[in-house]
Write a protein that binds this ligand. Structure first.
Ligand SMILES: *[C@@H]1O[C@H](CO)[C@@H](O)[C@H](O)[C@H]1NC(C)=O
Ligand SMILES: *[C@@H]1O[C@H](CO)[C@@H](O)[C@H](O)[C@H]1NC(C)=O
Ligand SMILES: *[C@@H]1O[C@H](CO)[C@@H](O)[C@H](O)[C@H]1NC(C)=O
Ligand SMILES: *[C@@H]1O[C@H](CO)[C@@H](O)[C@H](O)[C@H]1NC(C)=O
Ligand SMILES: *[C@@H]1O[C@H](CO)[C@@H](O)[C@H](O)[C@H]1NC(C)=O
Ligand SMILES: *[C@@H]1O[C@H](CO)[C@@H](O)[C@H](O)[C@H]1NC(C)=O
Ligand SMILES: *[C@@H]1O[C@H](CO)[C@@H](O)[C@H](O)[C@H]1NC(C)=O
Ligand SMILES: *[C@@H]1O[C@H](CO)[C@@H](O)[C@H](O)[C@H]1NC(C)=O
Ligand SMILES: *[C@@H]1O[C@H](CO)[C@@H](O)[C@H](O)[C@H]1NC(C)=O
Ligand SMILES: [Cu+2]
Length: 587
């Protein structure tokens, strides 16, 4: 058994590093960023959007978070290594039990990396309701030269509460798994007729930090009349690469340098177009092409590029990290096949290797810390967590085949991975990829439909790390797995703060034992299923079966089921009754 104690020692030995403290009272506020519908959102300190966080390398980011919502919450600083602080990573039931309503948690995150990140809730679909903010980690020895730093957030926007959308998504009335289609897009938290304006001064070079904070939508970003040079992806500095546009899937970040023109006689447009590929339908009211303005002068007019924005292809795998880190080999390789299917609970689930993720009874990190030598056997993490074991300092290869019809952005917690290879799925295991000498690295990679990607990372960060699709609806639908990295070393290094244990106690969640909260391999009572339907079942048969099960469960007359099943397709509510457009320009 491990004995928790306070963690002062580990932190205060970090020489001369400053604590950068933020107070975040997380609660409900009203906002109307697109001028089309005021709605309840989740903000901090009575404000929305939450303000960006700025920290410098070697500082410790301290967030004193209070949960003023009506359900638990957690914060995840996306992309942070959390080396030795696995318990500060945030995902509910992986590394913590949630901050109970009305209580606080002090997130202490040593900053050992630099670049453009973000922070968001990792409980339910809360971040879709607005609890997300840029997190900028400054480098005192910044390798790139520029004059101004500009954060440009891109996010899809829903007029309805995420909890309601989630219920409709994960419903037996949505067996095809159609995702809720957003009502619009926001650039810099502005949408509709409100445009983000970036002021440019001749002679200056701007670093635009593009951050995709979407729930679903991927963005294509382009500026008319200017050249962009990519210099960073997901916190990894790269050699400058000239591009016409940048593609940003959910959770991805890219910094580009843009040098201002010498003349102030024209203003220009920039574009952030949502990729509608993943949208099941496109309501007539949806403007998926959003624009902002590069402004040189208040009285100049906008000069449109005759050729429109430059949408020539952009491939992140072509980027070269500035540090020239060489391609890793691998000691262990895991294949992960991605499918979406209707499962025996009648819901459409995202799956790795035909297992859909279901939370264990004990958060996975606590299982790793409390099970002694048994923690080295993936079985103890339960049948539904898709636990994959990796040893300390092993080089790990993940081969992910996306057999789904959609594109999915996969994010690994606690690491950057190298992009070794992409290609059409399935990956041929007899093929030995010959990676570039210094492959691109990032923490979130988009895998297009019917393609594979080969990723590698070094297991130098003991902890329990989620690997999942970052489309919020797919996280909830089960497209998650956990890398169990060196539990033996975790047991020596990781000391969980008392506050987190207290939260678990308050929530009645055990902090020791296997996925069932028991000892050894006795997994009786651990969550099991849902399962795939046996081969040969038609979707009609599945529907009828699901209908029967549900009718029996809730006592519905079967006639009702047939009524529902004939109107299967999900239609998002396009608000036409609420169109007081606010046309004020924001400046
Ligand atoms: C809880 O967090 C809030 C918001 O950051 C802060 O104002 C308050 O002082 C904290 N309370 C305690 C007991 O730390
Ligand atoms: C940050 O800390 C590391 C390790 O202590 C040290 O090597 C490095 O010089 C520090 N960097 C800065 C910019 O202070
Ligand atoms: C934002 O994330 C969504 C979901 O993956 C993705 O489709 C989109 O490309 C992302 N956009 C950016 C700018 O990263
Ligand atoms: C602006 O003018 C300077 C000095 O003449 C020149 O070096 C530079 O290339 C010009 N920049 C652009 C974007 O045209
Ligand atoms: C814009 O207005 C400023 C001052 O009012 C003037 O100096 C400048 O010439 C004007 N520019 C254009 C393009 O009209
Ligand atoms: C959105 O922009 C794309 C790319 O420029 C273009 O092909 C498409 O027609 C535009 N759609 C609308 C509705 O403006
Ligand atoms: C997983 O499910 C897919 C789709 O139903 C099926 O084609 C595949 O054979 C299954 N894989 C395994 C290992 O059972
Ligand atoms: C893990 O434990 C299970 C159940 O006791 C056993 O069948 C399996 O062989 C063990 N795996 C390893 C790698 O030890
Ligand atoms: C974690 O820290 C250990 C030593 O404390 C170091 O060797 C390792 O490289 C670090 N890993 C990451 C991902 O920061
Ligand atoms: Cu996905």
């Amino acid at each position: 058994m491990f004995r928790p104690f306070f963690f002062s020692l580990a932190f205060f030995s970090l020489a001369s590093a400053a604590d950068v403290k933020y107070y975040w009272d997380i609660g409900y506020v009203k906002a109307n960023p697109d001028g089309q519908k005021e709605r309840q959102v989740i903000g901090v300190n009575g404000q929305w959007p939450p303000p960006p966080l700025h920290v410098t390398l070697n500082d410790t980011l301290v967030i004193e978070a209070r949960n003023s919502l009506d359900s638990p919450t957690t914060l995840h600083a996306h992309g942070m290594y959390q080396n030795g602080t696995n318990f500060m990573d945030g995902p509910f039931m992986v590394t913590q039990c949630g901050i109970p309503v009305g209580q606080n948690m002090t997130y202490r995150i040593p900053i050992t990396q630099t670049g453009t990140y973000w922070i968001h809730a990792h409980y339910g679909a809360q971040y879709v309701d607005g609890i997300r903010a840029p997190l900028i980690l400054h480098n005192p020895q910044e390798p790139h030269k520029y004059d101004e730093d500009v954060i440009v957030t891109l996010e899809d926007w829903y007029h309805d509460q995420a909890s309601g959308l989630l219920k409709e998504f994960l419903s037996w009335k949505n067996p095809g798994g159609a995702e809720p289609v957003p009502n619009g897009a926001l650039i810099g938290s502005l949408g509709g007729d409100r445009h983000k304006i970036i002021d440019f001064v001749p002679g200056k070079t701007y670093r635009l930090r593009l951050i995709n904070m979407s729930a679903l939508a991927m963005f294509h970003f382009s500026i008319e009349g200017h050249t962009m040079r990519v210099i960073e992806v997901d916190g990894v500095d790269t050699e400058p690469m000239v591009v016409g546009n940048v593609r940003l899937a959910a959770a991805q970040r890219t910094s580009v340098l843009v040098t201002a023109l010498n003349s102030t006689s024209n203003n220009f447009m920039f574009h952030a177009d949502m990729d509608t590929d993943m949208f099941d339908n496109i309501p007539a009211t949806l403007n998926y092409n959003s624009t902002g303005i590069i402004r040189y002068s208040k009285n100049a007019s906008i000069l449109r590029d005759k050729n429109g924005p430059d949408w020539s292809p952009f491939h992140d795998i072509d980027l070269v990290p500035l540090d020239g880190m060489e391609a890793l080999g691998f000691d262990v390789t895991y294949g992960l096949d991605v499918y979406f299917n209707q499962y025996t609970d009648a819901l459409n689930h995202g799956t790795f290797n035909n297992i859909t993720y279901v939370m264990p009874k004990v958060p996975t990190m606590f299982t790793a810390l409390s099970m002694g030598a048994d923690a080295l056997n993936a079985t103890v993490y339960g049948p539904q967590t898709n636990a994959h074991m990796v040893g300390h300092m092993q080089d790990v290869q993940l081969v992910v085949n996306n057999f789904d019809a959609g594109n999915h952005p996969f994010h690994l917690h606690g690491h950057h991975f190298q992009l070794i290879e992409r290609g059409p799925a399935p990956y041929d295991p007899t093929f030995n990829p010959r990676p570039k000498s210094a492959p691109a690295r990032r923490d979130t990679v988009t895998i297009p439909s019917m393609e594979y990607v080969v990723l590698r990372f070094r297991a130098d960060n003991p902890g329990t790390w989620l690997f999942h699709c970052h489309i919020e609806w797919h996280i909830e639908g089960g497209l998650n797995m956990v890398i169990i990295e060196a539990p033996d070393v975790m047991q020596k290094r990781i000391r969980v703060p008392q506050q987190i244990l207290d939260h678990c106690k308050a929530a009645g969640i055990p902090t020791a034992g296997n996925a069932a909260g028991r000892q050894g391999y006795d997994l009786k009572g651990a969550p099991e299923g849902p399962y795939p339907y046996p081969l040969g079942w038609t979707s009609k048969a599945k529907g009828a079966m699901a209908g029967c099960i549900l009718s029996a469960l809730v006592g519905f007359a079967s006639i009702l089921w047939y009524g529902w099943s004939s109107q299967q397709s999900y239609r998002p509510v396009a608000t036409t009754d609420d169109n007081e457009l606010n046309t004020a320009e924001n400046s």
